[in-house]
Design a protein around this ligand. Structure first.
Ligand code: NCD
Length: 314
């Protein structure tokens, strides 16, 4: 499966898929800058279903749809949906497919996207499946690297924080592994290291990577530092989370003393304490631009899945 019907996992994408999304996002960016976005999705309704909290992902999808002239209907949180009454994902989607032409869904269960696509032929986009994947964020991250570094290959990437539960990391690792000469370093407490499944994927694709529990030694060679939040909501006990909270903090002094002058700092946001606010004024701090890049990339994804790509590229 590539990006033709649903978008559930980065493992389904190949290099051409990623490149074509980057090209389309770039075109969207140009149209946004010139204020000339064609309203090509006026006939379509997007349903956003977020069974887990979201600000950026939901709003950037809704903004992307509306900028293209499309309409949006939304169930904001689990509390206000029939999931609280015990409805299955399959049943919810069977109903919602009558109300919308494309569905964006976030759910705590990693298998929820599979249940959704079993229920409908309408395009389903995974906007976060538990601790497993967050594929559209990874495409926005690739687009950010393409803009900030001018390339998505030959990068020395240092990931810091929660490699176990960080779904954005999992999806991004999978995309980076499609391009040559990227070398990856994963900094995490042992208990929060990258799941075997993703290590196996990197092995299979011949990508060089290493893991460490300490951050500072890896920083000097980084082209990109990808900071992440320790994912509090995935721990069974708060005491477990407390053990790891504050494990890694990147601040301005560390970046100025230890990193290459042109290092790019990314974070999918929200940040807790791992990214000091004194970094925000540095040109290297690209995380707010990264959040902005989600709009042209999500516009690209919507247009692709709704089969309107040719209207933008020609
Ligand atoms: C991320 C997520 O939901 O996984 N946020 C996002 O979509 N930008 C990262 C996080 O919550 O830490």
């Amino acid at each position: 499966m590539s990006l033709t019907q649903h978008f559930i996992s980065c493992k389904d994408l190949d290099r051409e898929d990623v490149e074509s999304c980057l090209q389309l996002a770039q075109k969207m960016d140009e149209l946004l800058t010139e204020d000339t976005v064609p309203e090509i999705l006026t006939d379509f309704i997007l349903a956003t279903l977020f069974f887990e909290p979201s600000t950026r992902t939901r709003l950037s999808f809704e903004s992307a749809m509306q900028r293209l002239g499309g309409k949006v209907i939304s169930v904001a949180q689990k509390e206000s949906s029939s999931a609280t009454k015990g409805e299955t994902v399959y049943d919810s989607i069977k109903v919602i497919e009558h109300y919308a032409d494309i569905i964006v869904m976030r759910h705590s269960d990693k298998d929820a996207p599979q249940a959704a696509i079993a229920a409908t032929d309408k395009p389903v986009i995974n906007a976060g499946s538990g601790a497993d994947e967050h594929p559209t964020q990874a495409l926005a991250d690739m687009y950010t690297m393409h803009k900030e570094k001018g390339r998505i290959e030959g990068l020395n990437m240092v990931f810091v924080g929660d490699m176990k539960y960080g779904r954005t990391v999992h999806s991004l690792v999978s995309l980076l592994s499609l391009f040559p000469n990227n070398s990856l370093t994963f900094i995490a407490p042992k208990a929060l290291s990258l799941p075997n499944e993703y290590q196996e994927l990197l092995d299979k694709r011949g990508v060089s990577y290493l893991a460490s529990e300490t951050m500072d030694a890896a920083l000097h060679q980084a082209d990109v530092i990808y900071m992440t939040r320790i994912q509090a909501e995935r721990f069974e006990k708060t005491s477990e989370y407390e053990k790891y909270k504050g494990s890694y903090i990147l601040d301005r002094a560390t970046v100025e003393q230890k990193c290459k002058a042109d290092v790019t700092i990314l974070h999918p946001l929200p940040r807790v304490d791992e990214l000091s606010t004194d970094l925000d004024e540095l040109p290297n701090a690209a995380y707010f631009r990264q959040a902005g890049n989600a709009v042209p990339m999500r516009m690209a994804i919507l247009v692709k899945l709704l089969g309107k790509e040719d209207l933008i590229l020609t």
